[in-house]
Structure formats: C-alpha cells, structure tokens
Design a protein around this ligand. Structure first.
Ligand SMILES: C[S@@+](CC[C@H](N)C(=O)[O-])C[C@H]1O[C@@H](n2cnc3c(N)ncnc32)[C@H](O)[C@@H]1O
Length: 193
C-alpha cells in the first residue's frame, strides 16, 4: 500500500480532529438508530475516533474500522482494525447494520467501486451515512486546491448528485445540510434487498 498524506499526518491527526469534529460525530450519532448488538463499519475511518465515540454512547456494539493508511490504523485503539481499500473490502456481503463514511469519500481513488462495496456489505434493513463537503461551496474549492497541492487529488460531489446515485438503484435516501458546506446523506437498504 503506497504512503499517503495521512501517513504523514497520523501523529497530529488524532488530537486535531477531536477538537474539530467531536460535535459533528455527536450530531451524526443522534441521527443513527443505534442498538446494542449492531455491527458498524467505518470506511476511511482514520484512527477510529468516531467509533470510539459511538462505543461511549451505546453498549455492546460491534465496531470495525477500515482505512488504507497504515499509520492511521496503527493509532486506533479498536480491536477490529482493517488495513484495506474502500473499493475492495475484505468483508462478506450483507455484514453490517450501519456503514459510515465520514469526510473520506472524496479521497477514494475508485469511488464507483467504493460505493458498490458499501451497498454489497450492508445488511438488508441497514443504513449508510456519508458525510462530505459539497463540491460547489467555496470552502470545498479551497480544501480541494490544498489537497491537490499536497498530492491528495480529491473528487467532491454535489450532495444531490450522490443522493441520485443511490436512489436510482432503488434505495431510500435523505439528505441534510449540516452547515453551508457539509451535507450528510442517509441511504437505507430495504429488508427485501
Ligand atoms: C479526512 S480523513 C477522515 C478520517 C475519519 N473518517 C474522520 O472523520 O476522522 C480521510 C481518511 O480516508 C482514508 N482513505 C483515503 N483513501 C482511502 C481508500 N481508498 N480506502 C480506505 N481509506 C482511504 C485516509 O487514510 C484517511 O484516514
């Protein structure tokens, strides 16, 4: 696996993201229908801090982190840590009640296959939560330029464009703006699928 900017950022990423994102993580947890016994996968989950936060809120929850940066995964304190690519998950189909992809999809090289993998590994009746920056916002354009300059070419979506991808495939979708530049998309897989 080649080294990414996240391998370099790993030593400082944890404390910085905790300060910036704790409120966002709490906000997403409120929107999720989490129950004891649920199995959750966080794709591009970095150091697993969002999953740590979930474990504080709900007891007996089974959490899995997947990320393709060795240094980020090594920093995670969770037992189920997988070093791997979002486009080729080493996981069985229909495995997870909830799939998360937080501020990560725009970094994935093969986004088409990554979205298919989310659908494949989600259990019937389960849901996906994707948080990302809307490509049309000025802040996103600044982030995009910065990431390009540090060798991390990103591809951002318009929230509605991403929603359409899943609704065209028969999934129930809903989207909400968290603020002027971030959206959260929820995708539900029917029990019959
Ligand atoms: C901005 S960080 C977000 C981390 C975490 N979701 C959070 O909110 O703190 C993006 C993460 O995506 C991971 N990533 C990038 N491309 C990936 C890929 N193709 N497969 C899996 N993870 C990837 C990076 O290593 C990094 O940890």
């Amino acid at each position: 696996m080649s080294r990414s900017i996240f391998d370099l950022l790993a030593p400082i990423y944890g404390p910085i993201s905790r300060v910036i994102f704790t409120n966002t993580w709490k906000n997403i947890i409120k929107r999720m229908d989490l129950k004891s016994g649920d199995k959750i996968l966080d794709i591009g989950g970095g150091q697993g801090q969002f999953l740590d936060e979930i474990q504080k809120e709900v007891k007996d929850i089974d959490v899995y982190l997947l990320d393709d940066s060795k240094s980020m995964v090594k920093k995670a304190s969770l037992s189920n840590r997988i070093l791997g690519k979002a486009c080729s998950l080493p996981l069985a189909e229909d495995s997870f009640d909830h799939i998360l992809c937080i501020d990560a999809l725009h970094h994935f090289q093969n986004q088409k296959e990554s979205k298919k993998e989310m659908i494949r590994t989600l259990k019937p009746g389960g849901d996906i939560h994707i948080l990302d920056l809307d490509k049309n916002e000025i802040l996103t354009k600044i982030v995009c330029t910065f990431e390009f300059l540090v060798g991390e070419p990103s591809r951002f979506y318009e929230g509605e464009e991403l929603k359409k991808y899943f609704s065209e495939r028969g999934f129930q979708t809903s989207i909400e703006r968290l603020n002027s530049y971030e959206f959260i998309l929820q995708v539900k897989k029917d029990h019959s699928e």
